[in-house]
Design a protein around this ligand. Structure first.
Ligand code: NAI
Ligand code: NA
Length: 400
C-alpha cells in the first residue's frame, strides 16, 4: 500500500512509518551537533515519550550528550484492520532502534500511564533490568481524560475560559481554513476536572510511588512542562481552565521539590514555547498567535521546535554549567524566554491583528504550521520515498 496523509479537522488519521523514522533521525542529528548536555542523567523515565516535548526530551537525553538509557511510556496504537497505527507507535520503535544502535537502552511501555498495572510493570522493570534507580523522571503526558484512581470514573478536561466567553479564529488543517469559534465559560466542575487531568496530581502520585519503591537515586530530578504565554492569550490559556491546571502543576513542583530534597533531589516545571503538537492544535483561538509567533521568530532567526527547546532545557538549565538551575521568581524554568522577549511580542501583536481568515495562509506562517503538523505524522519530510509500496506485514513485524 501507498500510505497517504489523512487529516480530519486537526486530527491525523494516518501516519507514515518511515517518515516518522526520518523525523527521529533528524532530531538525533540536531542534538548531536548542538551544545551538549554534560554531567546529565544516565537513567531516565519519560512519561509521554512518543511525541512532542516528551519525545524530544528522550532524544535530547539519549543523543544530546548525556547518553541516557531511557524508559518511555506512551499510549499509542499499532497497525490493525483500522489502519497503519499512530505516529507515536512508530516513533517508539525507531527511537528504540537508534538507541540500541548507540548501545543505549530504549525500553518502551505502551499503555495507560494512569493504570496501577502499568506502574507495577515499570517498577519491576527498573528493579530487574534497568539498574534499579532513576536519575530523572520527565512528566510530559497530555491527554483529555484521566480515570479517578479511587472509582475508575473518568475526569474530562475542557479548554474553556474562567471569565467571559472568547470568540476567535481557529485553524482547520483538513480544509486549510480559519473558522470563528467561541470558547465558553467553564463551570466550577469543569475547572476542577481539568485540574484533575492536566494538573500535578498524577505526577505527584508517580513520584510518591517510585520513591516508595526505592527506585529514585540520590539527587534524582523530575520535571514537567507548562505554558504561560503573553497577556494577549491569557483569557484562553493562562487564565482559563488549562492555565488553572498548570497553576496546580506549578504548586505540585514546589511540593515535590520539598519532598525530594530529603534525598538531594529536585523538582521543576519548565515553561516552554508555544509549538505545534498533537495536543496543542486543539486549543481554540490560539492559532493566529502561533502563526504570527512563528513568522516573527523565524524572521529574527530565533525560532525553535520541540527538539531545540528540549536540548536547551537540558544542556543549559537542568544540567547547566553552574550546577544551580536558573529559575524565575516563581521557581519556574523559562525556556519560553525568547518567545516572550519584548520586541518579539511587540511585532507579534502588530501582526496578529492583521491576520484574517482571508489572508492567514500568507500573512502568518501557515506553511510552517502545516508542515510541522504533517511532519509530526511522518509526512512532508525530505528523503522519504512516499511512493514506496509498504506491506502490512512489514509494519506488523516492527515491534515496540
Ligand atoms: P503530545 O500530544 O505531543 O504528547 C503527549 C504524550 O502523552 C504522548 O506520548 C502520548 O502517547 C502520551 N499519553 C497521553 N495519554 C496517555 C496515557 N493515558 N498513558 C500514557 N501515555 C499517554 O503533547 P505535548 O504538546 O508534547 O505536551 C506535553 C506537555 O507539554 C503537556 O504538559 C503540555 O501542556 C506541555 N506544553 C506544550 C506546549 C505546546 O505548545 N505544545 C507548550 C508548553 C507546554
Ligand atoms: Na551540564
Amino acid at each position: 500500500m501507498i500510505i497517504e496523509p489523512v487529516v480530519k479537522g486537526v486530527v491525523a488519521r494516518s501516519a507514515h512509518p518511515f517518515g516518522c523514522q526520518q523525523a527521529i533521525r533528524n532530531q538525533i542529528n540536531y542534538v548531536r551537533t548542538a551544545d551538549p548536555v554534560t554531567d546529565g542523567p544516565k537513567k531516565v523515565l519519560v512519561l509521554g515519550a512518543s511525541s512532542g516535548f516528551g519525545l524530544a526530551s528522550r532524544i535530547s537525553l539519549a543523543f544530546g550528550g548525556s547518553m541516557a538509557d531511557t524508559i518511555g511510556i506512551s499510549f499509542e496504537r499499532g497497525p490493525s484492520e483500522k489502519g497503519v497505527g499512530t505516529a507515536g507507535w512508530y516513533n517508539n520503535i525507531f527511537f528504540r532502534e537508534e538507541a540500541e544502535k548507540a548501545g543505549l537502552i530504549g525500553k518502551n511501555f505502551i499503555g495507560d500511564a494512569f493504570s496501577p498495572q502499568m506502574r507495577q510493570q515499570v517498577i519491576e522493570y527498573i528493579k530487574t533490568e534497568f539498574g534499579g534507580q532513576l536519575d530523572l523522571v520527565v512528566y510530559s503526558l497530555a491527554t483529555g481524560v484521566r480515570p479517578n484512581p479511587e472509582t475508575g470514573e473518568l475526569w474530562r478536561s475542557s479548554i474553556k475560559t474562567m471569565g467571559e466567553p472568547v470568540t476567535g479564529p481557529t485553524i482547520n488543517i483538513e480544509t486549510d481554513t480559519m473558522e470563528q469559534m467561541t470558547i465558553g465559560t467553564a463551570t466550577p466542575e469543569e475547572v476542577e476536572d481539568t485540574e484533575k487531568v492536566m494538573g500535578g496530581e498524577d505526577w505527584a502520585s508517580w513520584i510518591d510511588m517510585l520513591s516508595e519503591a526505592g527506585v529514585l537515586a540520590t539527587g534524582c530530578k523530575t520535571v514537567a512542562y507548562s505554558y504561560v504565554g503573553p497577556k494577549a492569550t491569557y483569557p484562553i490559556y493562562h487564565q482559563g481552565t488549562l492555565g488553572r491546571a498548570k497553576a496546580h502543576l506549578h504548586a505540585t513542583a514546589d511540593q515535590l521539590n520539598e519532598q525530594m530534597s530529603e534525598m538531594g533531589g529536585e523538582a521543576y516545571v519548565s515553561v516552554c514555547k508555544a509549538l505545534v503538537t498533537k495536543a496543542s492544535v486543539f486549543i481554540p483561538a490560539f492559532s493566529p498567535y502561533i502563526l504570527a509567533l512563528f513568522k516573527v521568530m523565524k524572521d529574527k532567526g530565533v525560532h525553535e521546535g520541540c527538539i531545540e527547546q528540549m536540548q536547551r532545557l537540558y544542556a543549559q538549565r537542568l544540567y547547566g554549567k553552574d550546577k544551580i538551575v536558573p529559575v524565575d521568581d516563581n521557581r519556574l524554568i523559562r525556556v519560553d524566554d525568547w518567545e516572550l522577549e519584548d520586541d518579539i511580542q511587540q511585532q507579534v501583536s502588530e501582526l496578529m491583528v492583521k491576520i484574517t481568515p482571508e489572508n492567514f495562509t500568507t500573512m502568518g506562517d501557515y506553511q510552517g504550521y502545516k508542515t510541522d503538523f504533517m511532519q509530526l505524522n511522518g509526512f512532508d519530510l525530505e528523503g522519504v520515498d512516499y511512493q514506496a509500496d509498504i506491506s502490512f506485514e512489514t509494519l506488523t513485524q516492527l515491534v515496540a
